[in-house]
Design a protein around this ligand. Structure first.
Ligand SMILES: Cc1cc2nc3c(=O)[nH]c(=O)nc-3n(C[C@H](O)[C@H](O)[C@H](O)COP(=O)(O)O)c2cc1C
Length: 419
């Protein structure tokens, strides 16, 4: 058959000349983004994101915990119009999602924290900056405001155009005056929520990082030289941007990943949360694997939200999956405390399960970081668009027309798969 004859039968699709857009368009779920990231990013950097603590049992169990639920759809429910919006910690979000904190995000792609925050702003979602970020509090506040609200396959609503909803994640540092300084800088720069991570009293035992000899900032070693040869594009991009560092500690002596452990304080206790509550006027969220008893205690101290998390399995391996804590913690704290959950969300259906169990929102970690590694800021857009689309389709096929309805009738809509 000649080409001309073929053209009568099939329409030729325009060829996408931009390599990144072409690659991202071929990704149809988070696993696709992960696969592309793995192909394009040097092994030690990919492993820094993909890896977890010790035998990596928790990270696998986190994902499985969301997937053990089966849906019980209601048919003929007129799902033509679906309202995915939700009010979370006083913010109206177009979909109940937020982007979680990740240390050293700029090592994954030069778009880094700023690109992820811009993408979050375009989608009307909160972005959480890590204490250990490679972009500083002041820089992120400025960059994200300048870039927010522009173009993209955005979902309407959420953060006002151009003004992203920024949250700051705090590690309570050994040097308390340094921690207090971070908190006031976050307040001065308009960060609306403080997310206090309580599962990092010591550094997690991340074997992939140890085996790969990962150092932050990356150092020249035999490993690095080999990966320069195999992934030159990554290194060219990295070297074209500003030097990597723990930007929130600029002006202080440089530090390395090996020394990160020196930051953390194994002696933190509940009085630190009470102290932060008295200092921080914005929303206060406690992030960690809180069971019902700890969650009740946090609520009594006046936190606004609890982010159920086991750090994506990167701290204590074998920690209970946060998905399994949603129902008991909701029962313990009642309806007034916002309940967020991270660790294991890879699909919009995971967010549906989280809400059906009693959570207010899902928080993404690796799901958007794979996107960032696969294609920078556009890759984060792709991850958010895919998960949002999956969330909507799951709601429609389940026969629910609003997040409020999903929250109200959730337990009738899911059943645990018999083992
Ligand atoms: C590369 C990477 C860096 C992270 N850095 C931080 C951090 O600095 N502070 C923090 O509280 N959590 C950090 N986390 C944990 C995430 O905020 C989140 O709890 C976790 O990624 C959720 O698990 P999931 O990615 O499997 O969904 C990090 C996670 C990853 C993957």
């Amino acid at each position: 058959m000649r080409v001309q004859e073929m053209r009568k039968l099939v329409r030729l699709r325009a060829v996408e000349l931009d390599g990144t857009r072409r690659r991202l368009a071929a990704c149809h779920d988070v696993s696709d983004l992960r696969r592309v990231a793995k192909r394009r990013i040097p092994r030690p950097v990919f492993d820094y994101v993909d890896g977890a603590a010790d035998e990596e049992l928790a990270v696998a169990a986190n994902v499985a915990a969301f997937r053990q639920w089966r849906f019980l759809p209601r048919v003929l429910a007129d799902v033509d119009v679906v309202d995915m919006s939700a009010t979370v910690l006083g913010s109206a979000l177009p979909v109940p999602l937020a982007l979680g904190p990740a240390g050293y995000t700029r090592m994954l792609h030069p778009d880094g924290e700023s690109g992820a925050a811009r993408s979050a702003a375009r989608h009307g979602l909160p972005y959480t900056l890590s204490t250990m970020a490679a972009t500083g509090i002041e820089e992120l506040a400025a960059v994200a405001v300048a870039g927010g609200g522009s173009g993209g396959a955005a979902v309407a609503g959420g953060a006002a155009a151009g003004r992203p909803d920024l949250w700051f994640q705090l590690y309570i540092l050994k040097d308390r005056s340094q921690a207090r300084d971070l908190v006031s800088r976050a307040a001065d720069n308009g960060f609306g929520a403080l997310v206090v991570t309580v599962d990092t009293v010591v550094a997690g035992n991340r074997l992939r990082d140890q085996r790969n000899g990962l150092s932050i900032p990356p150092e020249l070693s035999l490993h690095t030289v080999a990966s320069v040869a195999s992934k030159p594009g990554y290194w060219l991009r990295l070297l074209s941007g500003p030097a990597l560092d723990y930007a929130n500690f600029a002006g202080r002596p440089p530090t390395t990943i090996r020394k990160t452990a020196d930051f953390f304080d194994a002696s933190i206790d509940w009085s630190d949360i009470a102290d932060l509550r008295s200092r921080w006027a914005g929303k206060l969220i406690i992030k960690g694997p809180l069971g019902p008893t700890d969650a009740r205690r946090a609520a009594e101290l006046g936190v606004d939200g609890i982010q159920l998390s086991n750090h994506g399995g990167r701290q204590l391996d074998r920690t209970v999956a946060p998905a399994d804590l949603i129902a008991p913690v909701r029962e313990a704290v009642g309806p007034s405390v916002a309940l967020l959950v991270d660790s294991g969300i890879r699909h919009g259906a995971d967010v549906v399960v989280a809400l059906a169990l009693g959570a207010d929102a899902g928080v993404l970690g690796r799901a958007y970081l794979y996107g960032l590694m696969a294609g920078g800021e556009a890759g984060v857009d792709r991850a958010l668009d895919l998960i949002t689309r999956q969330f909507r389709t799951t709601m429609q096929l389940l026969g629910v027309t609003s997040v409020a309805e999903l929250r109200k009738r959730g337990r009738e809509l899911i059943t645990r798969e018999p083992r």
